[in-house]
Design a protein around this ligand. Structure first.
Ligand code: GAL
Length: 642
């Protein structure tokens, strides 16, 4: 178990003359930095020409870190192939769905299925690993950077061939594929494997099964690239753990569950989206997701920002105290590392307007003062490291389902599964109840309540998993348009939701997307979506004006399964979620007023820390489980041990 919280950020000394490096590490020490990620975008300087390596400058970077007691997340620099790569191997650059070849000059300019990219990436990885395998600064391998952030889908001929190979390994025969994709429709029957293409631009909708499998294939291709580098690193440095920074909760093109299964420790990045009304709730979703991906164990926040980012339409700077609240919210939800992009604000390049730990204006700044204060505070919170967050509630999320529902030919494009998952999570956040995220086929046995906000696609085993959970005494709440199709995006027949008609005691004959809000008998309202449903064995708890069911509850084994046939407004949803939490006896770790986040981290020996984070402009009183009242000042965070 670690005995410190790792603190620091991406250090890119290559952006600066060497004279600044000593000052950098001196300031790092002043700010309490004990960990930096290095080499993330250094490929073009480590290998300035193909096969020509220059490690002299990087040796000095690593030595400087070791001499100052700062540990390195040493990156394999493979997220940004140098210009020579694109020049020499233009066929390895990505091709978009319209057949346009993208050029080098940015980053992640490579086709994930390109053998030549893989060869060059593994060669530079081998060079880095061989050179620094015994270096005292090396603590963790930071493989690549945000796989698939910019190049998740490539439609070139190499990708097409790899896609066909993937399909052959997943389908016993071409006929099985034709059946899964429903190619009898629109005369798409394939007579030869070679006829199958990635879903390039077509006159109308592409085949949904083809699109879904292409997204699965594309995610797998990135996971495979990770595995190739990781295996090489394991061979060369067997004792050094490896990770790659995911974008959990933000980018849905990469299957985080599949990635997480291959990581020695889960790490992720998170950036506030300024356009969101309460971006700190989105932060909590990402943090809960990261913890769940790591099986509940502590995870690493590899990047967030000290203040503004530079890639949104309007890049809001953080208010005083917001950096601390954000960082401690990640810590509360299980992070054992609090890191930023990046250490020193860049003078040039595409991210020169992105905030950093050391701003352009230097040390006499709000950001620097807050960064230094946070470093000292985290050092004082070392006892938190290694402790866990225990949740009684889980929300099911699955990338395949999101991808399938992403096909444009749906009953309504307005029912967004990711936004629904986040809205249901937000309702729990407001109720002070910590939750995990879980894969539909994952282990649900430890939970009291499982929420299924939007799971359009579910496999047979996922469907059975939820049934088992409820039969054994669990409570579930299932949202509309869930359990509709099988793993190939084929409709489950006989009345919706085919996967869970019996569990829910409901059968739906038709969907009725809505133009505007619709009133319910309870006084609440729904919007976007409604269904014509019949309760077969369920009790009806709320109805539309027509008397048809809007909310039902069915007893199943020792548990109960609730169902919603509409997208409830936030208040009505909060009430339903409060009802199912009460039924499942899921409770917050403390009583807190609205806008005050409370989360507990506990050690197995009983030591624990309650985090109370006041996101409001007024002082607030939190009452702990033992009845103690604690005042948390406006915008403040209190960490209460006990
Ligand atoms: C991340 C990326 C960093 C930096 C950052 C800016 O997606 O990993 O390299 O670009 O965003 O917010």
């Amino acid at each position: 178990m670690p005995d410190v919280i790792a603190y620091g950020g991406d250090w890119n000394p290559e952006q600066w003359p060497e004279e600044t490096w000593e000052q950098d590490v001196a300031l790092m020490r002043e700010a309490g930095v004990n960990r930096v990620s290095v080499g993330v975008f250094s490929w073009s300087l480590l290998e300035p020409a193909e096969g020509v390596f220059d490690f002299g400058w990087f040796d000095r970077v690593m030595d400087l870190l070791a001499a100052n007691g700062i540990a390195a997340n040493l990156a394999t620099p493979t997220a940004s192939p140098p210009p020579w790569f694109g020049d020499a191997y233009p066929e390895a650059l990505p091709l978009d769905s319209a057949g346009r070849r993208l050029h080098h000059g940015s980053r992640q300019g490579f086709c994930p299925s390109s053998p030549i990219y893989r060869e060059k990436a593994l060669r530079v990885t081998e060079q880095v690993a061989t050179r620094y395998r015994d270096h005292p600064a090396l603590a963790l391998w930071h493989v690549h950077n945000e796989y698939g952030c910019h190049n998740a889908h490539c439609y070139c001929d190499t990708s097409a061939a790899a896609f066909r190979a993937w399909l052959r390994s997943h389908y016993a025969s071409l006929e099985a594929l034709n059946d899964a994709w429903g190619t009898a429709f629109w005369s798409q029957h394939y007579g030869e494997w070679a006829q199958i293409l990635p879903p390039r631009d077509t006159p109308s909708f592409t085949n949904p099964g083809q699109q879904l499998d292409f997204r699965r294939f594309s995610s797998d291709a990135l996971v495979e690239l990770y595995i190739a580098e990781r295996d090489l690193l394991r061979e060369l440095t067997p004792g050094v753990p490896a990770t790659t920074n995911l974008m959990a909760g933000a980018h849905w093109d990469m299957d985080c569950w599949a990635f997480a299964a291959e990581l020695d420790v889960v790490s992720t990045d998170h950036y506030l989206i300024g356009a969101r009304a309460e971006p700190h709730i989105d932060l909590a979703f990402a943090a809960d997701y990261a913890r769940s991906l790591n099986g509940g164990r502590p995870w690493l926040l590899m990047e967030h920002s000290t203040s503004a980012v530079n890639w949104q339409p309007r890049n809001r700077a953080k208010a005083p105290g917001e950096l601390r609240r954000n960082s401690l919210a990640h810590l509360a939800r299980g992070a054992d590392a609090i890191m930023f992009f990046q250490w020193r604000a860049a003078r040039a390049g595409a991210e020169k307007w992105h905030s950093a730990m050391l701003p352009h204006a230097g040390v006499g700044t709000k950001v620097w003062r807050e960064v230094s204060a946070l470093g000292a505070e985290l050092a004082g919170l070392a006892e938190v490291a290694g402790s866990r967050v225990n949740a009684d509630v889980a929300i099911l999320v699955d990338h395949s389902s999101v991808w399938a529902q992403d096909h444009p030919a749906q009953p309504s494009s307005e029912l967004d599964p990711v936004e629904e998952a986040k809205r249901w999570h937000a309702a729990l956040w407001r109720a002070g109840i910590t939750c995990d995220l879980a894969h539909p086929e994952g282990d649900l046995t430890g939970y009291r309540l499982v929420l299924v906000p939007a799971l359009y696609l579910v496999s047979d085993s996922g469907a059975a998993n939820l049934e088992r959970f409820v039969r054994a005494g669990g409570v579930t709440l299932v949202g509309p348009y869930s359990g509709i199709v099988d793993e190939h995006d084929r409709v489950r027949l006989g009345g919706y939701p085919g996967a869970w008609r019996d569990l829910l005691g409901v059968t739906v004959e038709e969907f009725f997307p809505l133009d505007g809000p619709i009133r319910l008998a309870s006084g609440g309202s729904g919007s976007v979506w409604s269904e014509v449903a019949h309760a077969t064995s369920a009790k009806v708890l709320d109805t539309y004006a027509t008397g048809e069911p809007a909310w039902t509850r069915n007893v199943w084994g020792d548990g109960a399964a609730h169902y919603l046939t509409t997208r409830l407004d936030d208040d009505a949803l909060a009430e339903v979620i409060a009802t199912v939490c009460a039924e499942a006896e899921a409770r917050p770790p403390a009583t807190s007023p609205p806008g005050v986040e409370v989360v507990r981290r506990s050690h197995p020996d009983g030591r624990s820390h309650l985090f109370a984070i006041n996101h409001t402009a007024g002082d607030a009183v939190v009452t702990t489980a033992s009845g103690e009242s604690v005042t948390v000042a406006a915008g403040d965070v209190r960490v209460i041990s006990g």
